[in-house]
Write a protein that binds this ligand. Structure first.
Ligand code: AMP
Length: 222
């Protein structure tokens, strides 16, 4: 089982878990949020177009994201397995992805949904900090730096993502419900949706993910 999509509301832990799982099973981790933040920082054409939407917690238009992922698929970046983190986020994006897979003889093994309640999302995101230099993230109160506001690894002053402010978080949740939640059903109907309780400790979530991936590997071998 090596071609996966991670779904879940903002703050569900999908980024952290996706990085860890990709490393463990040896596949590429591709986060559209990370790609877009890099594009904004570098001031590329994509970044300039995406910035205004991201600051408001809204989705960047489908065409931009579909083009971005299509270039990764056609360049062969996903050939050795992948975890897509943050894509697809709308039904048209999911349909385009299916088309890309079909054209390139690729198959999606599972869409993994990390389930987390609204209250937990707001609580988690209002306590999230990151290092602008090494991108390490910290969370209050579970995972704090040794010295308040300073990165343990390089001494850099920690920052908050502008889209983690409470009003923007609430908007991102609304956007998730309206535009992204329908793709849960899209994948459920295709019988590839696997739900994992994202409100457990990070280690328990990771263990569940390993079980999901491991059991599928065994089933494939039988
Ligand atoms: P994330 O880091 O996944 O929470 O993404 C941060 C922001 O990037 C989102 O709030 C959106 O503005 C934008 N973004 C990331 N992935 C997508 C996508 N697949 N479609 C549209 N916008 C996206």
């Amino acid at each position: 089982m090596k071609n996966l999509i991670f779904l879940g509301p903002p703050g569900s832990g999908k980024g952290t878990q996706a990085v860890k799982l990709a490393e463990k099973i040896g596949v590429l981790h591709l986060s559209t949020g990370d790609l877009l933040r890099t594009a904004v920082k570098e001031g590329t054409e994509l970044g300039k177009q995406a910035k205004q939407y991201m600051e408001r917690g809204e989705l960047v238009p489908d065409e931009l994201l579909i083009g971005l992922i299509e270039s990764k698929v056609t360049n062969g970046d996903l050939d050795n397995g992948f975890i897509l983190d943050g894509f697809p986020r709308t039904v048209p994006q999911a349909e385009s992805l299916d088309g890309m897979f079909e054209k390139n003889n690729m198959k999606l093994d599972a869409a993994i949904l990390l389930q987390v309640s609204d209250e937990e999302v707001v609580k988690r995101l209002s306590g999230r900090w990151f290092c602008p230099k090494c991108q390490r993230t910290y969370n209050f109160p579970a995972n704090m730096p040794k010295q308040e506001g300073i990165c343990d690894d390089d001494g850099e002053k920690l920052q908050r993502r502008p889209d983690d402010e409470e009003a923007v978080v609430r908007n991102r949740l609304e956007v998730y419900k309206k535009q992204t939640q329908p793709i849960e059903d899209y994948y459920r109907k295709k019988s590839v949706l696997i739900e994992v309780n994202g409100e457990q400790s990070p280690d328990s979530v990771f263990n569940d993910l390993l079980k999901v991936v491991g059991s599928q590997v065994t089933e494939e071998r039988i």
